[in-house]
Design a protein around this ligand. Structure first.
Ligand SMILES: [Fe+2]
Ligand SMILES: [Fe+2]
Length: 303
Protein backbone atom coordinates (compact mmCIF):
# COMPACT_ATOMS: atom_id res chain seq x y z
CA UNK A 1 0.00 0.00 0.00
CA UNK A 2 1.32 3.41 -0.77
CA UNK A 3 2.30 5.65 2.09
CA UNK A 4 0.78 8.55 0.21
CA UNK A 5 -2.77 7.28 0.44
CA UNK A 6 -2.22 6.12 4.06
CA UNK A 7 -1.15 9.54 5.24
CA UNK A 8 -3.36 11.58 2.94
CA UNK A 9 -3.54 14.98 4.70
CA UNK A 10 -7.22 15.37 3.84
CA UNK A 11 -8.18 11.96 5.15
CA UNK A 12 -11.47 12.07 7.00
CA UNK A 13 -12.03 15.69 6.13
CA UNK A 14 -14.41 15.50 3.22
CA UNK A 15 -15.68 13.31 0.50
CA UNK A 16 -12.89 11.66 -1.38
CA UNK A 17 -12.19 8.14 -2.53
CA UNK A 18 -9.77 5.83 -0.80
CA UNK A 19 -8.28 3.02 -2.84
CA UNK A 20 -9.32 0.00 -0.82
CA UNK A 21 -7.49 -2.36 -3.20
CA UNK A 22 -4.26 -0.62 -2.31
CA UNK A 23 -5.16 -0.62 1.37
CA UNK A 24 -5.56 -4.38 1.27
CA UNK A 25 -1.81 -4.60 0.88
CA UNK A 26 -1.21 -2.77 4.13
CA UNK A 27 1.11 -4.64 6.46
CA UNK A 28 -1.01 -3.53 9.39
CA UNK A 29 -4.20 -4.90 7.86
CA UNK A 30 -2.49 -8.18 7.01
CA UNK A 31 -1.06 -8.50 10.50
CA UNK A 32 -4.35 -7.77 12.27
CA UNK A 33 -6.36 -9.97 9.91
CA UNK A 34 -3.93 -12.82 10.56
CA UNK A 35 -4.25 -12.29 14.30
CA UNK A 36 -8.05 -12.24 14.32
CA UNK A 37 -8.14 -15.43 12.24
CA UNK A 38 -5.90 -17.43 14.60
CA UNK A 39 -7.47 -20.27 16.58
CA UNK A 40 -5.92 -18.95 19.77
CA UNK A 41 -7.17 -15.37 19.23
CA UNK A 42 -8.81 -14.27 22.46
CA UNK A 43 -11.26 -11.45 21.77
CA UNK A 44 -11.57 -8.64 24.30
CA UNK A 45 -14.05 -9.50 27.05
CA UNK A 46 -16.91 -11.52 25.68
CA UNK A 47 -19.45 -9.66 27.85
CA UNK A 48 -20.93 -12.79 29.39
CA UNK A 49 -22.99 -10.98 31.99
CA UNK A 50 -24.26 -8.45 29.46
CA UNK A 51 -25.28 -11.27 27.14
CA UNK A 52 -26.97 -13.18 29.97
CA UNK A 53 -28.84 -10.05 31.07
CA UNK A 54 -29.78 -9.43 27.43
CA UNK A 55 -31.17 -12.98 27.07
CA UNK A 56 -33.03 -12.81 30.38
CA UNK A 57 -34.61 -9.43 29.68
CA UNK A 58 -36.05 -10.72 26.38
CA UNK A 59 -38.12 -13.33 28.22
CA UNK A 60 -41.74 -12.51 28.88
CA UNK A 61 -41.38 -13.61 32.52
CA UNK A 62 -38.20 -11.56 33.09
CA UNK A 63 -37.66 -11.14 36.81
CA UNK A 64 -36.03 -7.89 37.88
CA UNK A 65 -34.44 -9.50 40.98
CA UNK A 66 -32.80 -12.14 38.82
CA UNK A 67 -31.42 -9.44 36.53
CA UNK A 68 -30.04 -7.45 39.47
CA UNK A 69 -28.45 -10.68 40.74
CA UNK A 70 -26.73 -11.22 37.40
CA UNK A 71 -25.38 -7.68 37.23
CA UNK A 72 -24.17 -7.91 40.86
CA UNK A 73 -22.05 -10.93 40.00
CA UNK A 74 -19.65 -8.58 38.29
CA UNK A 75 -18.66 -5.82 40.73
CA UNK A 76 -17.02 -3.61 38.12
CA UNK A 77 -20.04 -3.86 35.84
CA UNK A 78 -22.44 -3.21 38.74
CA UNK A 79 -20.52 -0.06 39.73
CA UNK A 80 -20.55 1.17 36.14
CA UNK A 81 -24.30 0.48 35.76
CA UNK A 82 -24.96 2.55 38.88
CA UNK A 83 -22.67 5.35 37.70
CA UNK A 84 -24.44 5.62 34.32
CA UNK A 85 -27.89 5.35 35.92
CA UNK A 86 -26.94 8.32 38.12
CA UNK A 87 -25.88 10.44 35.12
CA UNK A 88 -28.10 13.26 33.84
CA UNK A 89 -29.11 11.16 30.84
CA UNK A 90 -31.08 8.78 33.08
CA UNK A 91 -31.38 10.18 36.59
CA UNK A 92 -34.39 12.12 37.76
CA UNK A 93 -34.02 14.76 40.49
CA UNK A 94 -32.96 12.16 43.07
CA UNK A 95 -30.29 9.88 41.59
CA UNK A 96 -30.67 6.19 42.56
CA UNK A 97 -28.47 5.11 45.51
CA UNK A 98 -28.42 1.37 45.00
CA UNK A 99 -28.30 -0.93 42.03
CA UNK A 100 -31.76 -2.28 42.84
CA UNK A 101 -33.17 1.25 42.95
CA UNK A 102 -31.45 2.08 39.67
CA UNK A 103 -32.86 -1.02 37.98
CA UNK A 104 -36.39 -0.33 39.24
CA UNK A 105 -36.23 3.25 37.94
CA UNK A 106 -34.64 2.43 34.61
CA UNK A 107 -37.12 -0.24 33.59
CA UNK A 108 -36.06 -3.20 31.46
CA UNK A 109 -35.51 -1.38 28.15
CA UNK A 110 -33.24 1.31 29.57
CA UNK A 111 -31.52 -1.22 31.84
CA UNK A 112 -30.35 -3.20 28.83
CA UNK A 113 -28.90 -0.09 27.25
CA UNK A 114 -27.10 0.87 30.45
CA UNK A 115 -25.77 -2.67 30.99
CA UNK A 116 -24.29 -2.74 27.50
CA UNK A 117 -22.75 0.68 27.88
CA UNK A 118 -21.30 -0.35 31.27
CA UNK A 119 -19.97 -3.64 29.88
CA UNK A 120 -18.09 -1.87 27.09
CA UNK A 121 -16.78 0.89 29.40
CA UNK A 122 -15.61 -1.54 32.06
CA UNK A 123 -13.91 -4.11 29.88
CA UNK A 124 -13.77 -3.42 26.17
CA UNK A 125 -12.99 0.25 25.58
CA UNK A 126 -9.66 -0.10 27.37
CA UNK A 127 -6.14 -0.55 26.03
CA UNK A 128 -2.97 0.83 27.56
CA UNK A 129 -1.00 2.92 25.07
CA UNK A 130 -4.21 3.64 23.13
CA UNK A 131 -6.05 5.68 25.73
CA UNK A 132 -6.71 8.68 23.48
CA UNK A 133 -8.28 6.75 20.60
CA UNK A 134 -10.17 4.49 23.05
CA UNK A 135 -11.52 7.60 24.82
CA UNK A 136 -12.68 9.01 21.51
CA UNK A 137 -14.19 5.64 20.57
CA UNK A 138 -16.12 5.43 23.86
CA UNK A 139 -17.46 8.97 23.40
CA UNK A 140 -18.36 8.38 19.74
CA UNK A 141 -20.06 5.04 20.52
CA UNK A 142 -22.24 6.44 23.31
CA UNK A 143 -23.16 9.42 21.11
CA UNK A 144 -24.00 7.01 18.29
CA UNK A 145 -26.17 4.89 20.61
CA UNK A 146 -28.28 7.89 21.62
CA UNK A 147 -28.38 9.35 18.09
CA UNK A 148 -29.34 6.01 16.50
CA UNK A 149 -32.17 5.61 18.99
CA UNK A 150 -33.40 9.14 18.21
CA UNK A 151 -33.29 8.49 14.44
CA UNK A 152 -35.02 5.11 14.89
CA UNK A 153 -38.00 6.87 16.49
CA UNK A 154 -38.76 8.23 12.97
CA UNK A 155 -38.44 4.82 11.28
CA UNK A 156 -39.70 1.25 11.58
CA UNK A 157 -36.54 0.23 13.47
CA UNK A 158 -36.94 -0.73 17.16
CA UNK A 159 -35.35 1.94 19.32
CA UNK A 160 -33.53 -0.46 21.67
CA UNK A 161 -32.06 -2.34 18.72
CA UNK A 162 -30.85 0.95 17.21
CA UNK A 163 -29.28 1.96 20.55
CA UNK A 164 -27.34 -1.30 20.76
CA UNK A 165 -26.25 -1.08 17.14
CA UNK A 166 -25.03 2.49 17.62
CA UNK A 167 -23.11 1.48 20.72
CA UNK A 168 -21.51 -1.56 19.08
CA UNK A 169 -21.06 -0.47 15.45
CA UNK A 170 -17.37 0.45 15.87
CA UNK A 171 -16.28 -2.35 18.25
CA UNK A 172 -13.88 -3.41 15.49
CA UNK A 173 -11.72 -0.38 16.34
CA UNK A 174 -11.58 -1.58 19.98
CA UNK A 175 -10.56 -5.06 18.79
CA UNK A 176 -7.75 -3.48 16.71
CA UNK A 177 -6.45 -1.22 19.52
CA UNK A 178 -6.50 -4.09 22.03
CA UNK A 179 -4.72 -6.45 19.62
CA UNK A 180 -2.10 -3.78 18.92
CA UNK A 181 -1.65 -3.10 22.65
CA UNK A 182 -1.03 -6.79 23.29
CA UNK A 183 1.74 -7.19 20.71
CA UNK A 184 4.93 -8.11 22.55
CA UNK A 185 8.02 -5.97 22.22
CA UNK A 186 6.41 -3.69 19.69
CA UNK A 187 6.00 0.06 19.91
CA UNK A 188 2.44 1.39 19.76
CA UNK A 189 1.47 2.59 16.29
CA UNK A 190 0.49 6.17 15.51
CA UNK A 191 -3.22 5.68 14.84
CA UNK A 192 -3.38 8.96 12.93
CA UNK A 193 -0.85 7.65 10.43
CA UNK A 194 -2.77 4.39 10.10
CA UNK A 195 -6.25 5.94 10.07
CA UNK A 196 -7.07 4.76 6.56
CA UNK A 197 -5.91 1.19 7.22
CA UNK A 198 -7.86 0.98 10.49
CA UNK A 199 -10.92 2.45 8.77
CA UNK A 200 -10.69 -0.14 6.00
CA UNK A 201 -10.50 -3.01 8.51
CA UNK A 202 -12.73 -1.98 11.40
CA UNK A 203 -16.13 -3.14 10.11
CA UNK A 204 -14.76 -6.58 9.26
CA UNK A 205 -13.00 -6.78 12.65
CA UNK A 206 -16.24 -5.78 14.37
CA UNK A 207 -18.15 -8.52 12.56
CA UNK A 208 -15.61 -11.08 13.79
CA UNK A 209 -15.97 -9.82 17.34
CA UNK A 210 -19.79 -9.80 17.15
CA UNK A 211 -19.64 -13.41 15.95
CA UNK A 212 -17.32 -14.45 18.78
CA UNK A 213 -19.64 -12.75 21.27
CA UNK A 214 -22.59 -14.64 19.80
CA UNK A 215 -24.56 -11.47 19.20
CA UNK A 216 -27.82 -11.80 17.24
CA UNK A 217 -27.04 -12.53 13.58
CA UNK A 218 -28.69 -9.37 12.25
CA UNK A 219 -26.60 -7.22 14.57
CA UNK A 220 -23.44 -9.07 13.54
CA UNK A 221 -24.21 -8.50 9.85
CA UNK A 222 -24.99 -4.83 10.38
CA UNK A 223 -21.77 -4.26 12.36
CA UNK A 224 -19.90 -5.84 9.44
CA UNK A 225 -21.63 -3.64 6.84
CA UNK A 226 -22.14 -0.41 8.77
CA UNK A 227 -20.24 1.79 6.33
CA UNK A 228 -22.86 1.21 3.61
CA UNK A 229 -26.66 1.45 3.59
CA UNK A 230 -27.23 -1.89 1.85
CA UNK A 231 -26.55 -5.58 2.31
CA UNK A 232 -26.32 -7.45 -1.02
CA UNK A 233 -27.92 -4.55 -2.84
CA UNK A 234 -30.90 -4.20 -0.51
CA UNK A 235 -31.36 -1.15 1.71
CA UNK A 236 -31.33 -2.19 5.36
CA UNK A 237 -33.27 0.07 7.78
CA UNK A 238 -30.92 -0.53 10.73
CA UNK A 239 -27.84 0.23 8.63
CA UNK A 240 -29.52 3.32 7.20
CA UNK A 241 -30.47 4.48 10.71
CA UNK A 242 -26.85 4.12 11.80
CA UNK A 243 -25.56 6.06 8.79
CA UNK A 244 -27.93 8.96 9.42
CA UNK A 245 -26.88 8.94 13.09
CA UNK A 246 -23.20 8.83 12.10
CA UNK A 247 -23.69 11.86 9.86
CA UNK A 248 -25.41 13.79 12.66
CA UNK A 249 -22.89 12.95 15.39
CA UNK A 250 -20.00 13.92 13.11
CA UNK A 251 -21.68 17.25 12.36
CA UNK A 252 -22.19 17.85 16.07
CA UNK A 253 -18.55 17.12 16.99
CA UNK A 254 -18.92 13.57 18.28
CA UNK A 255 -17.09 11.78 15.47
CA UNK A 256 -14.24 9.32 16.03
CA UNK A 257 -11.37 11.78 15.97
CA UNK A 258 -7.84 11.75 17.41
CA UNK A 259 -5.90 15.02 17.33
CA UNK A 260 -8.03 16.43 14.53
CA UNK A 261 -7.68 13.30 12.39
CA UNK A 262 -10.90 11.38 11.72
CA UNK A 263 -10.36 7.62 12.12
CA UNK A 264 -13.34 6.72 10.00
CA UNK A 265 -14.79 8.16 6.89
CA UNK A 266 -18.47 7.88 5.98
CA UNK A 267 -19.24 8.81 2.42
CA UNK A 268 -21.75 11.53 1.67
CA UNK A 269 -23.29 9.26 -0.97
CA UNK A 270 -23.95 6.49 1.58
CA UNK A 271 -25.60 9.03 3.89
CA UNK A 272 -27.80 10.35 1.05
CA UNK A 273 -28.90 6.80 0.17
CA UNK A 274 -29.62 6.04 3.83
CA UNK A 275 -31.69 9.20 4.28
CA UNK A 276 -33.67 8.44 1.10
CA UNK A 277 -34.29 4.81 1.97
CA UNK A 278 -35.76 5.86 5.34
CA UNK A 279 -37.76 8.65 3.64
CA UNK A 280 -36.50 11.17 6.18
CA UNK A 281 -37.39 14.72 5.15
CA UNK A 282 -34.90 17.56 5.62
CA UNK A 283 -37.12 19.04 8.34
CA UNK A 284 -36.96 15.80 10.33
CA UNK A 285 -33.15 15.73 10.04
CA UNK A 286 -32.98 19.36 11.16
CA UNK A 287 -35.22 18.58 14.16
CA UNK A 288 -33.06 15.58 15.09
CA UNK A 289 -29.93 17.69 14.82
CA UNK A 290 -31.15 20.38 17.21
CA UNK A 291 -32.58 17.79 19.63
CA UNK A 292 -29.28 15.87 19.69
CA UNK A 293 -27.26 19.05 20.02
CA UNK A 294 -28.98 19.53 23.38
CA UNK A 295 -29.11 15.89 24.49
CA UNK A 296 -25.73 14.44 23.52
CA UNK A 297 -23.59 16.54 25.88
CA UNK A 298 -25.92 15.47 28.71
CA UNK A 299 -25.76 11.82 27.71
CA UNK A 300 -21.97 12.05 27.79
CA UNK A 301 -21.81 13.98 31.04
CA UNK A 302 -20.38 16.98 29.18
CA UNK A 303 -23.35 19.28 29.50
FE1 LIG B 1 -18.71 5.28 13.80
FE1 LIG C 1 -17.40 2.80 11.72
Amino acid sequence: MSLVSRTHPGYGRGDHTIDVELLDDSELIAELRGLFARDDYRPPMPPTVALEVHALSKRADADIDAIVGLVERDAMLAAEVLRIAQSPAYAARMPPRTLGEAVMRLGLGNLMQVVWQAALNAKVFKAKAYEAPMGSLRRHSVAMAHASRAVAAHTSVAEDQAFLFGLLHDIGFAACFIALAERRQREPIDVRQEAAALDALHAEAGETLAQLWNLPKELELCVGHHTVAEIQGYAHPLLATGLVAQHLVEELGFGLIVDDVALEHTSGAAYARAKDSLALADGVIAGLRSDLEMRLPKALGEG
